[in-house]
Design a protein around this ligand. Structure first.
Ligand SMILES: Cc1ncc(C[n+]2csc(CCOP(=O)(O)OP(=O)(O)O)c2C)c(N)n1
Ligand code: SF4
Length: 537
């Protein structure tokens, strides 16, 4: 047994390595990225030949992990919450096929939207798929759940969802590790049609999933992750899910709370334990990160029962992450104030790095668009989304990964011509290619600018799966080669860039402009690695 100081995300990775995982599949996204990065850097993962390359998107990651499970080995798939929307088709159906080797789906939610487009709650996806869900309270539980999740998954032949939120993912604590388990050998499913979801098979598989629900509820009732703490003051009973239990305990000296508390970390919810708390206490306070999922179940449709305080009656704010102060206010205690935030780390608006190639793209795009006016540039998600802010004010949308090309197409179909899409190389590979194919099939008049900085810049510079292949992908799906233009986005090429963009804006069909220059942060990091390697040698 070792003691390691780990981020919550790293504890999940270490738990999976020690739990006999053979492969992790993921697409980067805050706050989940560090799970895969940890496996990629881990010596023991390398020695055990654990697969850990990035996937093109969350759906391909989910399906590949399912394929590894089909072949009998233990696999994990990781993503941020919105990534689960992308993987949802495969994810929901994996609950119907079930698994062979253990399969864990780890999803990191981002309440308060520190770096996300929404704050959806992945526990709903677990409920929707009707599979067991773990939500760790701390880094140790993150490790344990990840290590043990594989056995649960294999026992019931079902994927297991682990849901964490930003603060747990990104904070460190000591973690005691357990024995390292052997990896499974290759084996195919004993039922030859288990993974064949033809309606006749799918109906049978769905019935098995339904029949297992009672067992999942029982497991949750007896789970070590759903703890009932006695309390002598029964005027209030508190239910705290995941990390919110820590926020609660920070309000009590020596973590001693007079109220009975039910800590939930394993779903479906433990009904009997909840019933006991509700029967014993006069009022209930519900603390959970994300949506009021358990609170809604407590209230039911008619809400005629005991007083339930939480996000739905305003005792706790309806949106955003929790913290000890919010919990203090909900308990009627005084707010505690910490030290003043030093100005060095105070909030400041995000901006593109000095020297970033996206700056040159927006400068030339803005000049080229002058004659057409504003509100014609559809963007995607990446560092270039900062082009929405001053001084550029260059883009008019950012919805979900891939939506730049498709929205530009829809707008052009409606008559807004020219319409421009701006998309990064990683996002293009993730989900831009199919939209471009739609446009090619109808020769829609759109100008697509692919801001190719050879990396996934926004999430810290992970490899981009279309690296070196963008031009050939565009040609391969049928973009007219005369309208695939390559540019070097540097200040001294400004006039040349403006000329090319202006020319393509006039073209009545699909044109693609690939603006290719490496992200300066990624380039600097690579140089540092090379230098360190030289010194070590
Ligand atoms: C479905 C989904 N998955 C992951 C993310 C996290 N994310 C935001 S932007 C981005 C990719 C950025 O790479 P790229 O398009 O190449 O642009 P760059 O940041 O390098 O300019 C990722 C992975 C997300 N927002 N949505
Ligand atoms: S990290 Fe790279 S892509 Fe992002 S703003 Fe900085 S230089 Fe540009």
């Amino acid at each position: 047994m070792k003691k390691l100081l780990l981020l919550g995300a790293e504890a999940i990775a270490q738990g999976a390595i020690d739990g006999g995982m053979s492969g992790v599949y993921a697409y980067p996204g805050t706050p989940s990225t560090e799970i895969t990065e940890y496996v990629q850097k881990s010596k023991s993962a390398a020695e055990r030949k654990i697969h850990s390359n990035w996937s093109a998107n969350e759906k391909t990651a989910m399906e590949t992990a399912l394929g590894m499970s089909y072949a009998g080995k233990r696999a994990m798939v990781c993503m941020k919450h919105v990534g689960l929307n992308v993987a949802a088709d495969a994810f929901i159906n994996s609950a119907i096929t079930g698994v062979n080797g253990g399969l864990i789906v780890t999803v990191a939610d981002d309440p308060s939207m520190h770096s996300s487009q929404n704050e959806q709650d992945s526990r709903f996806y677990g409920k929707f798929a009707m599979i067991p869900v773990f939500e760790p309270v701390n880094q140790q539980e993150a490790y344990d759940m990840s290590r043990e999740g594989f056995a649960l998954s294999e026992k019931y032949k079902i994927p297991v969802l682990i849901r964490i939120t930003t603060r747990l993912s990104h904070s460190r604590a000591g973690v005691e590790t357990s024995d390292v388990l052997k990896q499974n050998t290759v084996s195919t499913p004993s039922d030859p049609v288990q993974f064949v979801l033809l309606p006749s098979n799918a109906r049978k598989r769905y019935k098995i999933l339904l029949e297992n629900q009672a067992e999942f509820e029982k497991l949750s009732e007896d789970s070590v992750y759903n703890k009932y703490y006695e309390g002598k003051d029964k005027s209030l009973g508190i239910i705290a899910c995941g990390i919110s239990y820590n926020y609660l305990m920070e309000n009590f000296k020596d973590r001693e709370c007079d109220y009975p508390v039910l800590q939930i970390g394993h779903y479906p919810v433990p009904k009997k334990k909840i019933e006991r708390l509700v029967d014993e206490c006069d009022e209930i306070l519900m603390l959970e990160e994300g949506y009021p999922m358990v609170e809604e179940q407590l209230r039911g449709l008619l809400n005629r029962g005991k007083k339930i305080k939480g996000r739905l009656d305003g005792t706790v704010p309806r949106d955003g992450e929790l913290n000890p102060n919010i919990v203090a206010a909900a308990l009627g205690y005084k707010k505690t104030t910490g030290l003043a935030i030093p100005s060095l780390v105070a909030n400041r608006p995000p901006e593109l790095c000095n020297g970033c190639s996206h700056r040159d793209i927006f400068n030339s795009l803005n000049e080229s668009m002058k004659e057409y006016g504003k509100m014609r540039v559809f963007s995607d998600i990446g560092c270039y989304t900062l082009g929405a802010l001053p001084p550029f004010n260059a883009i008019n949308s950012c919805v979900d990964m891939g939506a730049s090309i498709t929205m530009a197409k829809g707008a052009a179909d409606a008559g807004l011509v020219p319409a421009v899409a701006v998309i990064g190389d990683s996002t293009f590979a993730h989900s831009g290619i199919t939209g471009l194919l739609d446009a090619v099939n109808e020769n829609t008049p759109i100008t697509v600018i692919i801001a190719d900085n050879s990396t996934t810049g926004m999430t810290g510079g992970q490899d981009s799966s279309a690296y070196g292949k963008i031009e050939s992908i565009c040609k391969g799906i049928g973009v007219n080669p005369d309208h695939i233009k390559k540019l070097l986005p540097v200040p001294k090429k400004h006039n040349e860039m403006v000329d090319v963009i202006k020319e393509e804006l006039k073209y009545n069909g699909v044109s693609v402009i690939i603006a290719e220059r490496e992200c300066i942060q990624t380039a600097t990091r690579k140089k540092k690695v090379i230098k360190t390697e030289t010194i070590t040698v």
